[in-house]
Design a protein around this ligand. Structure first.
Ligand SMILES: O=P(O)(O)O[C@H]1O[C@H](CO)[C@@H](O)[C@H]1O
Length: 292
């Protein structure tokens, strides 16, 4: 299923055209809300919102904590589009379906993608409630050929062999750390490496130890595929992980992770994440690129 499904340029364009016929907003920034972080969309003013089920070509969200709504609106003078709910491989979507909205955003004229997620920490210095600014990722599904860019390349979006070095914008990363200081939450923030795994099960102890040894700081079941597609089509990317749990790495540890706990940490930190993202958007420079 993963390698065979193809989505044509026309399919992305039809969805983008439909959205442009339904809203006057022309977004410059897109935000993908992670598990329990859907409230990021609530900060948008003058909202137009669409249930995924009403948008032609859009996949459907099936995960608790992912409302399944696309929200357009204004945030600090920038026009934004916010995904309240993302798509994951483990829901049964092909990777090109999970990343479908990213190319639609490109066609809408978006220049910058902000990805957020809930993640478990491997790094000893990252505690639940901390915010990890993503400096790089390990795309584990890609190692075995599960890549949203598999199949014929669509040259209108980007090159056959895109570079992934520097895919998390350095300037936005340092601005976010600055903002953290000004908000008084610098102690909660650090940069780190995110790894995407397929899920839906959480990691075994041996898997957790392996990830830790490989230099992974936090692990989740999303994001890297979206960032690969965004980087391929030239979007500037900023990513953050809200650390919702520590991944169990010891056979002596009786802790166990569950999705409700993940959502709960999202609720507890919602205001801080909201303030950080709002201030980052406010400081962003926009080039007004035209849509391809
Ligand atoms: O990556 P997001 O969508 O934030 O969600 C994370 O939280 C869920 C597990 O609790 C998984 O879907 C994992 O990927």
């Amino acid at each position: 299923m993963h390698s065979k499904e193809q989505i044509s340029h026309d399919d992305y364009q039809k969805t983008a055209d439909w959205l442009m016929s339904q809203t006057k907003h022309r977004p410059q920034v897109a935000i993908i809300c992670g598990s329990g972080l859907g409230m990021l969309a609530d900060t948008l003013k003058c909202q137009d919102s669409f249930a995924y089920s009403d948008i032609p070509g859009f996949p459907q969200s099936t995960v608790q904590g992912h409302a399944g709504r696309l929200v357009f609106g204004e945030l600090k003078g920038k026009t934004c589009v916010c995904m309240q709910g993302r798509f994951h491989m483990y829901e049964g979507h092909s990777l090109c379906k999970t990343t479908f909205p990213v190319r639609v955003f490109k066609l809408l004229g978006v220049e910058t993608l902000i990805v957020t997620n809930a993640a478990g920490s491997l790094a000893d210095g990252l505690q639940p409630g901390d915010i990890m600014i993503i400096k790089d990722h390990v795309n584990f599904p890609g190692f075995v050929g599960l890549n949203p860019l598999s199949g014929p390349n669509d040259d209108k979006f980007g090159p056959r062999f895109p570079a992934m070095s520097g895919c998390y914008d350095k300037g936005l990363r340092s601005t976010a750390m600055e903002i953290g200081k000004q908000l008084g939450v610098a102690g909660l923030m650090q940069e780190g490496v995110y790894a995407m795994v397929g899920g839906p099960n959480f990691e075994s102890i041996a898997e957790a130890r392996l990830l830790h040894r490989l230099g992974v700081d936090a692990v989740g079941m999303s994001t890297a595929a979206e960032v690969v597609v965004a980087t391929h089509c030239g979007l500037r990317v900023f990513g953050l992980s809200l650390i919702t749990n520590k991944v169990v790495k010891s056979y002596e540890d009786s802790d166990s992770v569950n999705h409700e706990g993940v959502l709960e940490v999202g609720r507890l930190r919602s205001q801080t994440v909201q303030q950080l993202v709002t201030e980052l958007v406010s400081r962003m420079e926009i080039n007004n690129n035209t849509a391809i």
